[in-house]
Write a protein that binds this ligand. Sequence first.
Ligand code: SAH
Length: 339
Amino acid sequence: MKNIKDFSLDELKEEMKALQEKPFRAEQIFQWLYQEKVKNFDEMTNLSLELREKLKQNYTMCNYNIIKKQESKDGTKKYLFDVLDGNAIETVLMEYHHGYSICISSQIGCKMGCKFCASTGIQFVRNLTAGEIVEQIIAVEQDSNIIVSNVVFMGIGEPLDNYDNVVKAIRLINHPKCLNIGARHISVSTSGLVPKIYKLAEENIQCTLSISLHATNNKKRSSMMPVNDSYPIEELLQACKDYIEKTNRRISFEYALAKDNNDNLEDAKELVKLLKGMLCHVNLIPINKIEHGMYTKSSNENIMKFRDYLNNHGIVATIRRELGSDIEAACGQLRRQNL
Ligand code: SAH
């Protein structure tokens, strides 16, 4: 059966026509799904019984089961969801002074093989559909009784490796009749799939692009991220420049600092050279240690020196607050889990 949350509003109108129903029923269904957040078709009380029956026969609603929920001492919550096919994904809810941010997964497993990330090393299973991506937000909002204001595609998976579903999910999240979260409050993070960055620049979506850069030369970056062998730094930065030119949006570069690997002042100098003049921001992440990982966190002192060097040389840099590391909910700590 089809997941009713996989449809855009226009597509759902077509579905209604195929069921010999009026297209405006799609708008009513959207209202129930995304504003009222109901869990079954019977609650859609302004639809006829007959239509509710038809919906039940033709579609599922993709209500995730919560397998496990952990809460960090800083209030961050990590959810393990049963995605209804024997697989499970993780989603993280964080509270900031400006509201709630949710970190969502885009794939079950990941193919990218980054050496420092726990989402690697487990087999890739499949892409999530657009509806399955969006469902993470709905399920967390329902369970925590909150409204999410920021969405980051930084959970399990490489969003641009699941391009069509992710773009569709962004449009749903953004749509006024769906979750109505501003595009500027949606960030997509990529390990650097260059052709997809060019493609995303053409979509006319005002979302924020984050690039997992992590190193300033190809040798080091390739040793951390195999994707760099296919798309080296020069090509990646060229794609970023094109993205900025086309969208007028500032790019965010993520740089996870690992002790004695990429955290000394020489690296900071090279980073300044690479990014000088670009409309960008650098997000420094104290690297989180993962099981069997070969990297350890830089000292606080090095992290601050690194940040100060960038800021003093014209590159805006901030240190990402570490949330949820006590429950393995921090960057790079999410894994695919079996039921
Ligand atoms: N696949 C996408 C999104 C998922 S990762 C990407 O690579 O961008 C989200 C961010 O966490 C990325 O910047 C990633 O490089 C970073 N990350 C991964 N493992 C980490 C770790 N152990 N410590 C800190 N950050 C990590």
